[in-house]
Design a protein around this ligand. Structure first.
Ligand SMILES: NC(=O)C1=CN([C@@H]2O[C@H](COP(=O)(O)OP(=O)(O)OC[C@H]3O[C@@H](n4cnc5c(N)ncnc54)[C@H](OP(=O)(O)O)[C@@H]3O)[C@@H](O)[C@H]2O)C=CC1
Ligand SMILES: O=C(O)[C@@H]1CCC=N1
Length: 285
């Protein structure tokens, strides 16, 4: 439970990788005291990097020690190692039965995690899917709470993820977290791919690599800001760039003829499907 002397919870991250760093860094920057943040990271080189960058935050090598006294435990390891991590932690949950658990792990379901914890106590678990722009405080996150999560735990989970996310969406069906994974969890990669392709097109037309990248990236930022700030919907914004019989129309016709919409749909659905597949692979007994 959160001590009366400080309303900020003690938060432990299991795994000190990229996403843990993004969220820890965002929490620390937003004023969460470093002595109430902790992470466990077995990989020495990574731990040294984190210790150098965040000397105020406690680092551990031992997961059981790391969760001692934690109000909130965030699972931030790869899906393939989560089961071993949870199995090893499960005796410690008997000593500390009531932390809020937050999992950012792709695919793995709340029911599998609860089953692996194997506790007689009910487990409050929020499964969420952030994305890497969280590193800049520009993340988008979807969250799902199991039935044991109370309103104050929901608020705690939301405040942790919103320290690095501008868009926070709660979903009321867990399967929608797989959808969020396909859309925004993996989504930054789709935009990087499009930007790579646009940069290459710029180079092919004779621009320098630097100019092609800078023009592409600023176009992406400008378009994203217009999409965010304009009252027009996305289709209207597109039409406003597209003069009749002009250059954009030529491009859009070519893209549509090459099935760009279906291609993007297929990619997003493939990520969503892989999220479910990960659950099936890792959730087997
Ligand atoms: N990257 C992304 O865009 C997103 C990722 N996610 C999810 O976040 C999770 C973490 O991803 P990401 O940060 O990218 O991955 P990273 O590999 O950067 O981070 C995971 C960290 O956990 C460490 N680790 C491995 N085994 C253990 C263990 N037994 N105990 C404690 N720590 C351990 C790893 O060390 P080592 O390197 O030695 O194995 C690594 O440093 C994944 O489940 C992913 O699905 C969610 C949203 C977006
Ligand atoms: O590719 C992955 O599996 C993780 C989850 C979402 C983004 N990266």
């Amino acid at each position: 439970m959160v001590s009366a002397s400080n309303t900020r919870p003690n938060i432990t991250f299991i795994g000190g990788g990229n996403m843990a760093e993004a969220i820890l860094g965002g929490l620390f920057a937003s004023g969460h005291p470093g002595d109430r943040l902790r992470y466990s990271e077995p990989f020495e080189e990574r731990r040294k990097y984190m210790q150098g960058k965040y000397p105020e935050i406690t680092s551990e090598t031992d997961n059981i020690k790391a969760i001692d006294g934690a109000d909130v435990i965030v699972f931030a390891v790869k899906p393939q190692v989560l089961r071993t991590v949870v199995d090893n932690l499960s005796p410690a949950f008997r000593k500390n039965p009531s932390p809020l658990i937050i999992s950012i792990v792709a695919g793995i379901t709340t029911s599998d995690i609860v089953r692996w914890i194997n506790s007689s106590e009910s487990i409050s678990l929020v499964r969420c899917m952030p994305n890497t722009p969280a590193l800049l405080g520009e993340g988008a996150v979807g969250l799902y709470a199991n039935d044991q999560v109370n309103s104050s735990q929901r608020a705690t989970a939301e405040s942790i993820l919103s320290a690095v996310s501008k868009q926070v969406s709660w979903v009321d069906r867990e399967s929608l977290i797989d959808s969020v994974t396909g859309l925004s969890g993996s989504g930054p990669a789709y935009f990087f791919l499009v930007m790579e392709a646009m940069q290459n097109a710029g180079i092919a037309m004779g621009l320098s690599s630097e100019d092609a990248k800078a023009l592409t990236v600023q176009t992406c930022i400008g378009a994203a800001r217009m999409a965010l700030e304009s009252e027009d919907d996305l289709a209207t914004l597109r039409r406003k760039v597209t003069s009749p019989n002009g250059t954009t129309e030529a491009a859009v016709k070519s893209l549509e003829a090459n099935n760009i919409r279906q291609t993007i749909m297929d990619g997003v659905l493939a990520a969503e499907h892989r999220s479910r597949e990960l659950a099936a692979e890792m959730g087997k007994d």
